[in-house]
Design a protein around this ligand. Sequence first.
Ligand code: SF4
Ligand code: SF4
Length: 344
Amino acid sequence: MTSKGKINKQDVAKLLSEWGKEFTVFVPSQDAGVATWARWDGKDTSFLEWYRNTIVPPKAIFLPPVEEMFSFKKDKASYQIELPASDEKTPLIFGIRPCDAKALAIIDMTFKDVYEDPYYLSKRNNTILIGLGCTNPYDSCFCTSLYDGPSDVSDVDLMLTDIGDEFLVEEVTEKGKELMAKTSLAEEATEADEVRAKEAKEAAYNKVTRQLDTKDIEEKLLANFDDKDYWEKVAAKCISCGVCTFLCPTCYCFDINDELIRNQGGRLRSWDSCAFPLYTKMPMENPRLEKWRRVRQKVCHKYGFYPMNFDIIACTGCGRCIRLCPVNWDITQALASLPVRAQA
Ligand code: SF4
Ligand code: SF4
């Protein structure tokens, strides 16, 4: 049972200022018209008006599109290596959607539990996640097919629900409770507030109309793994641009390159995509030269291999890959059209 308080929307800036003393606060932001995440500038809360979800998912805070792993300088006899300075404050992400909080928990399984990636963990460890339930999901969202949907609290420390002039605040974790205990800006929620929040959550849940039947999906994919005709048909219109994977909150493929100018440079890690023909070109040839094999890999990684390894589907139903694909490729249509056959 979570405790509940409320925060007046007009006090959000004050609250973020309080938190900013202890944490590096990230909020939804616009960069050249693209909704992304940025450090809070200390005043602007206009995102409360326009924010539905960001185009660039919050994974970019922990696994940036390009990141310098170290810089180096060559002298006559050796290389001098310098590690990047790390932020001394812990990140606090304000307004993360439940689907994107779940996506971070999914990436953690690889970057924290299986392999301890120091670059990821230096930013991700102890992060505070302040969730903001969706009241206005997109047509492409299908989160209710995968978990509790637009108000799911399972991966956040606090969950905010819009109840008009205020946010109802659920204290989900001990960290969340401590945060709320420290501020004088919170009030106790009334029974009427809780009723309004319940109604808002139900309305949001019902607005998610796109559905995907995920029952036995892993087995169905395995049974159809070698069905080249099916995969070729499904892959036909994909142009291998990689947008769906770059902007997917659970995709994490990367490449590493050394950039050298004269005697100095840096080792850079950057996003890569299994949709690209050149992917895994080094140290050997890409084993998936044909497009249908790459599309199969993307779908099976999320709905087959991740469940096999971690007992969870690596898709949150955020719908980015559907609404941002330039040729309207739709993962829910691909999965719904899996041929029914005896499972292997
Ligand atoms: S965004 Fe669309 S076209 Fe681009 S790789 Fe993904 S499915 Fe293919
Ligand atoms: S596969 Fe598509 S719907 Fe699923 S998490 Fe990735 S971008 Fe979102």
